[in-house]
Design a protein around this ligand. Structure first.
Ligand code: UGC
Ligand code: NI
Length: 161
């Protein structure tokens, strides 16, 4: 099996098994604020067990390509959304669950302004900006107990354009 993962453009359709894509696409669901704002309403499903939702800010170091992928993680107790606070594209890595362990990962490159919301329990790579500033608002579960499961691959993958 090839250990090379080529990036794909992020689309809502391709990402649907893993989560929601946050983007201003098509006509807004509502026009608000005296006609001066389009509201793209309720575009991601938040899902938290035994806790509450919170908003945190992440300031992450940019990575360079090709990138060595050694690990993915998942949050069994909650979804996790990453909303970029810059217009820089970032790398989104996900993997299907195959009996409790991740299958072959997929790598998506966001377009400017796209964010993602990982569904609860989705295997994903950690936040991976590709250019500074790596500033993101993160909506995820705030609560007690472990909400992080890591899987370290037997051999690394190489993520490339
Ligand atoms: N650990 C943490 O807060 N961040 C990760 O979950 C991540 O997906 O980056
Ligand atoms: Ni995470």
């Amino acid at each position: 099996m090839s250990r090379v993962i080529r990036m794909e453009p992020l689309t809502a359709k391709a990402f649907a098994p893993f989560g929601d894509v946050l983007e201003v696409s098509g006509a807004p669901d509502k026009i608000i604020n005296q006609g001066l704002c389009g509201r793209y309403h309720d575009r991601a499903t938040l899902d938290f067990a035994d806790g509450r939702s919170g908003i945190s800010l992440f300031d992450a170091e940019p990575r360079s390509l090709p990138m060595r992928l050694e690990m993915v993680e998942r949050h069994p107790e909650g979804s996790q959304a990453f909303v970029p606070m810059s217009q820089e594209p970032f790398l989104v890595i996900v993997a299907p669950d195959e009996g409790g362990v991740p299958g072959v990962p997929r790598a998506f490159l966001t377009a400017q302004g796209q964010g993602v919301n990982y569904h609860r329990g989705t295997w994903h790579g950690v936040l991976t900006p590709l250019a500074a500033p790596g500033l993101f608002a993160v909506v995820d579960r705030i609560g007690a107990g472990a909400n992080l499961e890591e899987h370290w691959f037997d051999a690394p993958f190489e993520v490339t354009r």
